[in-house]
Design a protein around this ligand. Structure first.
Ligand code: ARG
Length: 264
């Protein structure tokens, strides 16, 4: 059974600007955000039979809802993030406490090396695809490889709108993934082509609707609304598309996948 961690958006808001999507002047409608988050939670639990654990929201940590950035999870080990911006650094003790009280082994990377967890590191088969430049630093990938024992392929993200890897790349299974080619440089495109046998490019408009920020639960791919053109390529590979309106979270530069972290 797919297992996730989410954090309710009680204190979610745009209190600072740390990515190209965020504008303090473009405030969140908290009630709408709550309804959207509930709809995502319902889709995962009620429709898709996933198990979703919840952590307590914390006043003054508006981005704690984006649990994808907590760290990187593999086989009961949690590699804790080292956030780039001080605005998010206060989240770490809460994430670490949650994972250690839920019987994960909590590991830290060496100090001074930015690493933003499952936002920038995504496993596909036995390989980890990892992004760097806007947030995570490439030095974190070396340590991640050492800790996990996996091959890590480091890719530079070139577009500030696609600042975390999970905004432009989404593994579907061992050999297929959605990706937005323009957010990677030529080398990264070649590396992806070599590593992933079935790469599915998404359109500009779907990429900008966070179509790659998708949650895969068995045969269903959950994304933000406005990603209709994913339906065909997904159906051809045996997947259903389930869209949930997450427009309030886009104001913060996030969508479906960022609001969850896979625990199993
Ligand atoms: N406002 C958050 C930030 O800039 C959004 C994080 C989105 N998370 C993700 N995994 N892409 O840090």
């Amino acid at each position: 059974m797919a297992r996730f961690l989410m954090c309710p958006p009680d204190y979610f808001g745009i209190e600072y600007e740390i990515n190209a999507w965020m504008r303090v002047s473009n405030q969140v409608d908290r009630e709408a955000a709550r309804a959207q988050w509930n709809a995502l939670h319902r889709a995962l639990v009620g429709e898709l039979g996933a198990s979703v654990e919840l952590m307590d929201p914390v006043v003054g940590l508006p981005d704690l809802v984006f649990t994808a950035n907590a760290g990187y999870v593999q086989d009961g080990t949690f590699v804790s993030s080292t956030f780039k911006f001080k605005e998010r650094q206060g989240e770490t003790p809460y994430f670490d406490a949650w994972f250690s009280s839920h019987r994960f082994r909590v590991l830290k990377l060496g100090p001074g090396c930015v690493f933003e967890g499952a936002g920038d590191a995504l496993p596909i088969g036995d390989t980890i695809i990892a992004g760097y430049r806007h947030r995570s630093e490439i030095c974190s990938h070396v340590e991640l490889g050492r800790i996990t024992g996996r091959r890590v392929i480091s890719l530079e993200l070139i577009d500030p709108l696609f600042y975390h890897l999970d905004t432009c790349f989404c593994p579907l299974d061992k050999c297929a993934a959605l990706y937005y080619p323009r957010s990677f440089d030529a080398y990264a495109n070649r590396a992806l082509e070599e590593a992933v046998p079935d790469l599915v490019p998404v359109s500009d408009s779907t990429a900008h609707r966070f179509g790659c920020n998708a949650i895969v639960v068995d045969g269903t791919v959950v994304t933000n609304t406005g990603c209709e053109d994913l339906e065909k390529p997904l159906a051809a590979r045996g997947y259903n598309l389930r869209m949930v309106d997450l427009s309030e979270f886009m104001k913060s530069g996030g969508s479906a996948k960022c609001l969850t972290i896979r625990l199993d």
